[in-house]
Design a protein around this ligand. Structure first.
Ligand code: ADP
Length: 232
C-alpha cells in the first residue's frame, strides 16, 4: 500500500541561548492510509514539533518529509499553504476559530480558500459538517457564544471542510473537561471508522487507546512504536 506519510532521517534544530538545540533526532517514520497514530510522551520532548513538520507549518533542518505524495521540504511557504489547505485538516488544543466569524463562516473558510465549490455548495457542505458534529443549531453563533467543547467540535468540522485525507490534532481534548472530551473522542472514533488517517498528540489515555498505533517520543526520538497487536 502507498504510504501517506514518510519521514527519512529528519532532524529539527532550534536556536536556543546562542547555540543550536536539536529537538528531533533522526526520525524515520512510515504511516499508511487509515492508521490512527497517537503520539505520546512527556512535555517538551518534540511531539508538537513533529506535527508541525508533518503539516508544513515548520521546516525540517535536515531530512525528507513526504505527505500524500508531496515532498514538503521542496515547497515554498506559499505553496505549502496551498498544499495544506487541500491535504491536511488541523485541530489545535485552543480551537483557534476566528472570533468575529460564526461557526458556519469558520467552517466555510477553508473551502473559500480552495475555491472548488460554489458559494451555495460551500454553505451547504459547512451545514452538513456542523450537523455531523452536532452543532446545526449553533451554526450562526460566534465562538464566544458557545462552550469550549462546541468550539472544538466546530474546529473539527472546519478541519473536515476540504475532505482532507489526513487529520492532525495537537492535544484536541487538552483544554476540555472529561465529559466534553468524551464527545470529542466520539468524533475522532467516527473519523477513524471512516478510514481517515489521524495523527494526534494526546495525554488523554482513552484517545490514545483508541489509536491503532502509539508512538512514544522521548528526547526528540521515537522511543517506542507499538500497535495493539504488539502488546499481546
Ligand atoms: P512537546 O510537544 O513534546 O511538548 P515541543 O515540540 O513543543 O514538545 O518542544 C520540543 C522542544 O523544542 C522544547 O525544548 C521547546 O522549547 C523547543 N521549541 C519548540 N518550538 C520552538 C521554537 N519555535 N523555537 C525554539 N525552540 C522551540
Amino acid at each position: 500500500m502507498k504510504k501517506i506519510i514518510e519521514l527519512k532521517q529528519v532532524y529539527k534544530d532550534y536556536p536556543q541561548a546562542g547555540t543550536l538545540q536539536t529537538v528531533l533526532h533522526d526520525i524515520n517514520l512510515d504511516v499508511y492510509p487509515g492508521e490512527f497514530v497517537a503520539i505520546v510522551g512527556p512535555s517538551g520532548n518534540g511531539k508538537s514539533t513533529l506535527l508541525n513538520l508533518l503539516t508544513g507549518i515548520d521546516h525540517p533542518s535536515r531530512g525528507k518529509i513526504c505527505v500524500n505524495g508531496t515532498a514538503l521540504q521542496n515547497l515554498s511557504n506559499e505553496k505549502l499553504t496551498q498544499w495544506r489547505g487541500a491535504n491536511v485538516g488541523i485541530v489545535f488544543q485552543f480551537f483557534q476559530l476566528l472570533p468575529a466569524l460564526s461557526l458556519l463562516q469558520n467552517t466555510v473558510l477553508p473551502m473559500d480558500f480552495l475555491g472548488l465549490l460554489s458559494k451555495n455548495q460551500r454553505r451547504e457542505r459547512a451545514m452538513h459538517l456542523l450537523e455531523l458534529v452536532g452543532l446545526a443549531d449553533a451554526a450562526e453563533r460566534l465562538p464566544s457564544q458557545v462552550s469550549g467543547g462546541q468550539q472544538q467540535r466546530a474546529a473539527i468540522a472546519r478541519a473536515l471542510a476540504n475532505d482532507p485525507p489526513l487529520i492532525v490534532a495537537d492535544e484536541p481534548t487538552g483544554n476540555l473537561d472529561a465529559a466534553t472530551a468524551d464527545s470529542v473522542f466520539d468524533l475522532f472514533a467516527h473519523l477513524r471508522d471512516q478510514g481517515k488517517t489521524l495523527m494526534m498528540v494526546t495525554h488523554n489515555e482513552m484517545l490514545a487507546d483508541a489509536a491503532s498505533r502509539k508512538l512514544e517520543i522521548r528526547c526528540g526520538r521515537i522511543h517506542t512504536d507499538t500497535s495493539p497487536a504488539d502488546t499481546f
